[in-house]
Ligand binder design. Structure first.
Ligand code: ZN
Length: 469
């Protein structure tokens, strides 16, 4: 009897859970339900409306549905992407499944909110109603510059506006042409396509290498600002603790370094030492608060950056301090953290849509910047900002230094092969240093050192921005 009651209780709980789940599901994901390809309503709408346009914030058409007459004289529709592969990942596609902004804003794109009198005009001409227009935050000029900088590489570049979180450019390589995705689907998804559908800027997980020193520095300053100010270390080229040896990049020896020198010259030994000085529970709380091991608040699919939740040994904390070991991050996440430094400690929510308007130009939805949280004290952000400026003036990112504009940044060369002989090149930074307008993060897979590969790519994009601003 007891057993039967237990079983029936179990099923009651299960049923209740299912009910709650279904209610929550339909309440929270009405857009998802709507988006379901099998939903008859979608088919109905696509028979009635022509899918809306997608524009860049600087007025370029990124996606458009054109009527085409096929061989048999029938009128069909074709989704066209005037920039070809340049916006492939971020704008996405809608021909063979959906991705990117095409998927995110499908709800609006398939609907037409033009006035009834306008609808009557279209109906009179037996034309479909024009769908709503999505205006993205993307800047076509910057996107093209970022795509140029990535040519010949695999990797990603993401550019944002620090004060607002607006994404200005987002490029991933290898890429694909969304105009021909249906025809080329087999090729694109085959084993040797190197995952060209993946948006590496938001879904690529890479060891951050020395760019992670930004977070060590934040933790160290927050822990004891005075100790950071008085810090001094004797670099001999390597440090061994717990059977783990950390070396400085390319066998460099930095000799006596203070906190700023350690950062500007990216001394691994000194940062392994700083890692050992950190209050570990506090450090892991800081990482937890900055979206490690949890989803980023971002509307498009993004991978979760993984960091250890506690350091088992000194060896672990030394590896973590130089951005190696089990730590992996997305370029988007690194960009958010860098933008928070530029923004004096305030982290903004990244977003890609400025507004949705009807085909007549009336606003339907306007997106506003949203503050996520204070990532660190303004003192810590300002100290790190000045060290990042020094890094451009005379450190590992001096390749950006120029007469036209100031910049701030941090490089990284993140080892990923078992032998440690190959590394991903990173740069993350912003410009101008005194009034940050663009924040850029670059990752080039297997391209070697951040200084030699990622810095020139970042400079190419910054130059393009300052050419027009
Ligand atoms: Zn060193």
């Amino acid at each position: 009897m007891k057993r039967i009651r237990a079983v029936s209780n179990f099923f009651t709980v299960l049923m209740l859970a299912l009910c709650v789940y279904l209610c929550l599901y339909s309440a929270l994901s009405y857009r998802k339900l709507f988006d379901n390809d099998y939903n008859g309503r979608t088919r109905l709408l696509s028979g009635q409306n022509r899918r809306g346009d997608i524009y860049s914030s600087d007025g370029y058409l990124l996606a458009h549905t054109a009527a085409v007459v096929d061989d048999t004289g029938n009128i069909t529709e074709k989704r066209e992407y005037p920039f070809g592969s340049i916006f492939a990942h971020i704008v996405g596609y809608s021909a063979y499944g959906r991705s990117g902004i095409e998927d995110l804003e499908d709800y609006y794109l398939v609907r037409s909110n033009i006035s009834l009198s306008k609808k009557a005009e279209y109906a009179e001409n037996s034309e479909k109603y024009p769908g709503n227009t999505v205006i993205t935050s993307l800047n076509a000029m910057l996107q093209c510059a970022a795509e140029e900088a990535l040519r010949g590489y695999r990797g990603a570049i993401i550019v944002s506006e620090p004060a607002t979180g607006r994404i200005l450019a987002c490029v991933s390589k290898p890429d694909f042409d969304p105009n021909t995705i249906a025809e080329n689907w087999e090729n694109i998804t085959s084993d040797n396509s190197s995952g060209s559908l993946i948006n590496r800027a938001t879904q690529g997980l890479y060891p951050p290498g020395s760019t992670f020193k930004i977070l060590d520095a934040a933790a160290f300053i927050e822990q004891d600002q005075e100790a950071a100010g008085e810090y001094s270390y004797e670099c001999t080229g390597s440090i061994t603790r717990d059977g783990q040896t950390i070396s400085c990049y390319h066998g460099d020896i930095h000799y006596t370094v203070d906190f700023t020198d350690s950062f500007v010259r990216s001394c691994n030994c000194s940062f392994a030492n700083i890692g050992l000085l950190l209050d570990r529970p506090k450090f892991f709380r800081l990482l937890d608060g900055l979206y490690f091991n949890r989803p980023l608040p971002f509307d498009l699919p993004a991978a979760i950056s993984r960091a250890p939740k506690e350091a088992g040994s000194d060896a672990d904390i030394m590896q973590l301090s130089i951005g190696q070991g089990t730590l992996v991050m997305t370029p988007l996440h690194m960009n958010m953290i860098t933008a928070a430094i530029a923004n004096r400690g305030i982290m903004m929510q990244p977003y890609v849509i400025d507004s949705v308007v009807t085909a007549q130009g009336d606003d339907l939805t306007v997106f506003h910047p949203r503050e996520l949280k204070r990532a660190m004290s303004s003192t810590a952000a300002e100290m790190i900002a000045s060290m990042m400026e020094e890094t451009v003036l005379g450190g590992t990112a001096r390749g950006i230094r120029n007469e036209r504009y100031t910049a701030a940044g941090k490089t990284g060369s993140a080892e990923y092969s078992d032998t440690g002989s190959q590394s991903h090149a990173w740069f993350t930074g912003y410009a101008p240093a005194e009034d940050p307008r663009i924040c850029i993060t670059v990752v080039l897979e297997g391209a070697g050192s951040g200084s030699q590969a990622a810095v020139p790519a970042a400079k190419h994009v910054m130059d393009a921005w300052f050419d027009t601003h």
